[in-house]
Design a protein around this ligand. Structure first.
Ligand code: ADP
Ligand code: MG
Length: 504
């Protein structure tokens, strides 16, 4: 794991820990507070008091009903003892029922269980349920034994209330006992969830940071390679983020470095070849005049009679003079190549260049056709708007002339009796000006596309192979590119690209 990843994970862990830890702390506090307000001892004590009060109330009711029963029994007993007559008993019972509200019914039976007198209260119209008890008592009156039964009742609702109050008090005291452990359970659950969130956040953080760091590490690795001189590295760019922008900038930088390195290498190579050409020209040029003079001398001074020998001499002199002339032309080209000046760039219009090319077409046609103009159709075209670039018009014209001469030579060889076409066109895009030369000649096999720009690479018997080397040197000194590919006319397409002024 890289330091960057560790830092990102630490930051994620810290922020999750702080927020969740803080919320656990707050939640725990809030829970405690809720319990402190809702579940406290005073509440509990009040509830217990309530239960006791209800129980007291019920007891009072029951003892009240007992007393009522007692009072009824005494009154009935006193009446029976006073007069053995039971005829007034009914009125008395009625009276007692009216006096004691808790008494529901009174009944007096004789020994044999036959009813002597009885009253019963009518059912409560509100329909309240009652819990009743019957008290019985035997009374001795004049030898006979009577039984008094008094039915008293307490409304059932008092029992129910007592039970409810007891249950509530129970629940409350259970809550009170559990309050500490309940809030602990919440903290544990919360803590477990926090742990899960931290684990998930870590995993996501690890995945995300790994993706970033992988790309950063790749960049660092690639920079090391570039530092060690390997300019072939390019990094893949995909998504749209800052790292991609960085990668893109890195790729651009490596491409520029690569371009300028190839440029410098080529220019160095050319300058070595120029040195070589200078020495070659010098070595060849010097003996040419003595050779020619000697040949003339031998021919002129022969005054013998041998006609056949004189003829041979004349023939040899002609060959020597022709070959010396060819060598002179080559030497001229070599020393011109050797003395090629550096391009001196000034702001100019690429269209002006195209027009000046147009002017040199007849001379080239005549030269290629060796005296009579080669039957090749050459068209030169340019955009109407000026194409502003920095260039050395003389040098660039020389370069385009070289390309044009090659094209005319190639199509003339392919179509010696007409039908050859060459097109020179200047145009521009947003960032660059172009001048291209296309022909319908034989074209150049792809495997030779790099080599044709090398000095001394030629396929012609009288070629020097210097034309395209000069082109490439001149274009590179213009900060431009020269490219070769296949023209859709079938032949070769050379295109020179120069940066537009103000775009770089
Ligand atoms: N338009 C063209 N069509 C076909 N071949 C070409 C064309 N231009 C250049 N070449 C090839 O590139 C070679 C190198 O050209 P150049 O450097 O001008 O040297 P040279 O013209 O002296 O041969 C030529 O010999 C030829 O084989
Ligand atoms: Mg040439």
């Amino acid at each position: 794991m890289s330091r960057f990843e560790r830092k990102i994970l630490f930051a994620i862990g810290l922020s999750v820990f702080l927020t969740l830890g803080g919320s656990i702390f707050l939640a725990r506090g809030a829970m405690r507070e809720v319990y402190r307000v809702g579940v406290n001892e005073r509440f509990g004590a009040e509830l217990v008091h309530g239960v006791e009060a209800r129980r007291g109330q019920l007891m009072a009711l029951r003892s009240g009903s007992e007393q009522a029963a007692d009072a009824v029994e005494w009154a009935v007993e006193a009446e029976l003892t006073r007069s053995r007559n039971t005829s007034k008993l009914d009125a008395l019972l009625q009276n007692l029922l009216g006096r004691y509200a808790m008494v529901q019914g009174i009944r007096v039976d004789d020994e044999a269980g036959r009813e002597v007198a009885s009253v019963a209260r009518e059912a409560d119209p509100s329909g309240a349920v009652m819990r009743t008890t019957i008290r019985e008592r035997a009374v001795e009156t004049g030898g006979a034994e009577l039984r008094i039964a008094v039915e008293v009742a307490v409304p059932e609702v008092y029992f129910e209330r007592l039970q409810e109050a007891g249950e509530v008090a129970d629940v409350y005291s259970r809550l009170q006992r559990q309050s500490a452990s309940v809030s602990d359970v919440y903290v544990w659950v919360f803590g477990f969830m926090a742990f899960l969130v931290i684990v998930v956040a870590f995993l996501i953080g690890a995945v995300v940071s790994r993706r970033v760091t992988r790309r950063v590490t790749a960049l660092a690795e690639a920079s090391r390679k570039v530092g060690a001189g390997d300019l072939t590295v390019t990094l893949p760019t995909g998504s749209t983020d800052e790292v991609t922008e960085l990668t893109q900038a890195f790729n651009d930088m490596v491409r520029d470095l690569r371009d300028s390195r190839t440029r410098i290498e080529y220019l160095q190579r050319i300058s070595a070849w120029q040195d070589f050409a200078r020495r070659l020209a010098h070595e060849i040029k010097n003996p040419l005049t003595p050779i020619q003079l000697a040949a003339q001398e031998v021919d002129d001074t022969y005054d013998g009679e041998n006609e056949a020998y004189r003829k041979k001499l004349k023939h040899a002199r002609a060959i020597i003079e022709e070959e010396v002339a060819t060598l002179r032309r080559l030497v001229g080209e070599f020393s011109a190549f050797a003395k090629l000046p550096r391009a001196d760039l000034t702001p100019s219009d690429l269209c002006d260049l195209a027009h000046s090319i147009h002017d040199s077409v007849p001379a080239i046609l005549e030269d290629v056709g060796r005296g009579t103009p080669a039957p090749v159709e050459v068209r030169v075209s340019c955009a109407t708007e000026p194409i502003r670039v920095r260039m050395d018009p003389m040098m660039l014209k020389r370069a385009v002339d070289n390309i044009l001469r090659n094209a005319i030579q190639a199509v003339y060889e392919e179509h010696p009796s007409g039908g050859g076409r060459v097109l020179v066109r200047a145009y521009c895009t947003d960032t660059a000006g172009f001048i291209e030369v296309r022909d319908n000649g034989p074209g150049i096999p792809k495997e030779n596309w790099d080599r044709v720009f090398d000095p001394y690479y030629t396929s012609k018997t009288e070629g020097t192979g210097l034309g395209l080397a000069i082109v490439k040197k001149v274009v590179l000194e213009h900060d431009g590119h020269v490219r070769l590919d296949r023209a859709h006319e079938g032949g070769a397409r050379f295109s020179i690209e120069l940066p537009l002024m103000g775009t770089r």
